[in-house]
Design a protein around this ligand. Structure first.
Ligand SMILES: [Zn+2]
Length: 281
């Protein structure tokens, strides 16, 4: 089958990349700063790490191939991956509600890792953060018929994209796509105007700030089940605006998936209703 050949070729390519990478790179764990041993799992038991270096750890599988973190050691990964995924529903009068699923609360180490990816350009973190994001997938996937599902990264304005050199939501969606075998739909929505960074605004202003900021392409979105992908959900305003636009363009279903999510206090939250905590299996 053509699909299989395609998937296998991606996997072999990734394996080769990993293999060569292991010879040329020596990364420090981004959380504890100990030296990472690339492909350390092969040496596990043969070497005494002396409390200094830690092997990378398998924390996801792509097409039956184990993948190792390059930048988060096994000890730190244990702490990160034990975070509980969060799910809430975004409900606004007159709008279709949609689920927002996040891999972990936006605090502490999670916050600093996302910051490093976004503002310091540490792209090697993208696969790990995508793996955290996918912790929540089991909850998100129950809302979707996967057959016509597509991943749609929340777009940056083109000028911001040029400045940063990448869109973190694109990187996360690409990683998620490899694991879930759901395609990334590019150019489905665009940011039609540059908006003020949401974190600099009060909550009420955030909704105003992104109002009508996105423009979707109906020929790409018609009949699709859309998984919106972003790094962080705070007020939910940006995701809600994207959801409104993809619905307008004929999407049959919307679910949002983010790496992290700010913890909301009951009663202070305008759009997203009560947060439900669910244990992963
Ligand atoms: Zn570490």
């Amino acid at each position: 089958m053509i699909t299989n050949i395609h998937l296998n070729s991606i996997s072999i390519f990734d394996q080769l990349l990993d293999f060569f990478y292991s010879f040329i790179s020596e990364e420090d764990c981004r959380l504890c700063a100990r030296v990472m041993l690339a492909r350390g799992q092969l040496m596990d038991g043969l070497q005494d790490f002396g409390g200094e270096a830690r092997p990378a750890i398998i924390h996801r599988w792509i097409n039956d191939t184990p993948r190792y973190s390059r930048v988060i050691c096994s000890d730190c990964w244990q702490g990160l991956s034990s975070e509980t995924p969060l799910m809430g529903f975004y409900e606004q009068d007159g709008e279709r509600s949609f689920a927002i699923v996040s891999g972990a609360p936006y605090s502490g180490e999670m916050r600093s890792l996302i910051h490093s990816l976004k503002y310091e350009g540490d792209r090697l973190l993208a696969p790990d953060l995508a793996a955290i994001m996918l912790n929540g997938w089991r909850m998100g996937s129950i809302f979707l018929n996967q057959k016509n599902a597509v991943l749609v990264p929340v777009p940056l304005h083109w000028r911001k994209g040029m400045e940063r050199g990448f869109n973190q939501a694109d990187l996360l969606a690409n990683e998620a796509s490899k694991v879930l075998d759901i395609p990334v739909l590019r150019g489905a929505i665009k940011r039609r105007r540059a908006t003020t960074p949401q974190q600099s605004l009060e909550k009420a202003e955030r909704f105003k700030n992104v109002e009508n900021a996105f423009h979707g392409n109906p020929s790409k979105l018609m009949g699709r089940a859309v998984v919106l992908v972003d790094d962080v959900c705070t007020s939910g305003a940006t995701l809600a605006e994207c959801a409104r636009e993809v619905n307008r363009c004929g999407a049959t279903k919307v679910v949002a998936l983010t790496v992290a999510r700010t913890m909301l206090r009951a009663g202070r939250d305008s759009g997203i209703n009560r947060l439900r905590h669910e244990q992963k299996d």
